[in-house]
Each structure stands twice: as C-alpha cells, then as structure tokens.
Design a protein around this ligand. Sequence first.
Ligand code: XBP
Length: 256
Amino acid sequence: MALEALIFDVDGTLADNERDGHRVAFNQAFAEAGLDWEWDVPTYDRLLEVFGGKERLRFYIERDHPDFDPPGGLDTFVRDLHREKTRCYTELLKSGALPLRCGVERLLRYARAEGLRLAVASTTTPENVTVLLEQTVGPGAVAWFDVIAAGDMVERKKPAPDVYLLALDRLGLDPANCLALEDTEAGLASARAAGLRTVITVNGATRHQDFTGALLVVDQLGDPGKPMEVLAGDAGGARLVDMALLRRLHREAQGG
Ligand code: XBP
C-alpha cells in the first residue's frame, strides 16, 4: 500500500496554541461575560483531558460551579459563551500571535510537492483551522487540504475515532494509505482506533503522556539547523521529519 495522504491534528500539532491561544481566548470570553473565572496554565493543562471547547466548558462549570444556573439553561449558555470564545480566538490568530510549529510548513510543502494529499482531523471549530492556515501559511493554504474534518461534524470527539474515520471517508482512502500526525495520547488513540499509523510531536503539555503504539515520538518535526529530539521509535539517525523518513516508517509498518 503506497503512502498517499497525511492527516494532521491541529491544536498542539500544527501550532502550539492551547496555552497561549485557546486558554487566553476562554479567559477573554469569561471577562467579557462579566464572569470572574480564570484558567491559569496548570488548570488549563488539566482541563485539556476533556476534548472540545464546549465540552471542556461544560465540564468545568458542572465541576467547579455546580450551582451556576444561567437564565436560558446551560446548553444555550455554553453555546453562546463558546461562540464568543471562538471570536476571541480567531482575533488572536489574526493578530499573528500564534505561529505554526517548527517544521510544519516545510513538511506541508514537501508533501504537496511529492503529490501527497493533505487532510485535517481536529476537535476544534472548523473556522479556527481555516483562520490558522490562512494567517500562517497564507491565503491559499486552505485549498492545500482536500479534507478538513473538524469540530461538531462528528458526534463523538477524540479519543473516539469518528473524526479520523470522517477524514478517511472523505479522502476515499484506506487507513493503510495514510499517516496521522498527532500530539496527544487521546489523539493517538483516536487515530489508531481508525486504523491509522501515527507520528507524535509532543509539546509541553503532552510530553509525559503514554504514546505506546506510535510509529515515532519526537519533540518537534524539526527544520534544517533545528534538529528534533527522538523520544521513542527509530528515526534512523534523521535530524528532522521529512518525506523520506515518513515513507520509510510507513513502508516498515506495512512489513516491507
Ligand atoms: C483540541 C481541542 C480543541 C481546542 C478548543 O483539538 O480539544 O477543543 O482546545 O477548540 P485537536 P474549540 O487537538 O483535535 O485539534 O473550542 O473550538 O472546541
């Protein structure tokens, strides 16, 4: 089976945007709504165990503010506050505050040059993905991706496999023709449950997680002059994740 597509997670994988992006946007939305809630970094890192912004918000309210009883009901409150959070987050992206991670743009460009197809499988709101790509790579970058599977397009968020299964379905490809790129244990579980081999780039919030079953675990994709650190797996001495390494890992995973 040839390698035909790469499927990327977004938050934490394309950009390190949880602590300095989503967290900041949640806090801005809380302040604008007149709430005295504030998520510091340790609090937010723990809340990241709940995937999906609306789900995270609801979990926090039910756990830390069990008597909170907004007039229109909790569902409406969460939906409206999250919409405001998305506005704050996309404004933050448009300010240029959140770059892509090291090596991401390089890998996207080389994958395209070699004729691979690109897709996204993310828990985040679709608008967040398109604004991130346009703001970092440029206005045409969304068209580089054949499929953007994200947010509420699926019922069950990661670690369920649904968003990867949707991406595969829309690509029209077998999982054996693809590789997934992730940054979390739950993301790895989601991709593996969809039958995908996965490369992990950890970040500060996920470095301690269990990535058993990943093809390779590195601290970043790396760039010339900015070598990656290999945390698990065999990179064969490579100093960055490039198409040659991904093709070798894919081939070996197929047993050939
Ligand atoms: C990570 C998430 C997302 C974001 C918040 O998604 O859990 O929920 O933290 O985004 P992934 P929203 O790693 O799959 O990209 O507030 O838009 O849900």
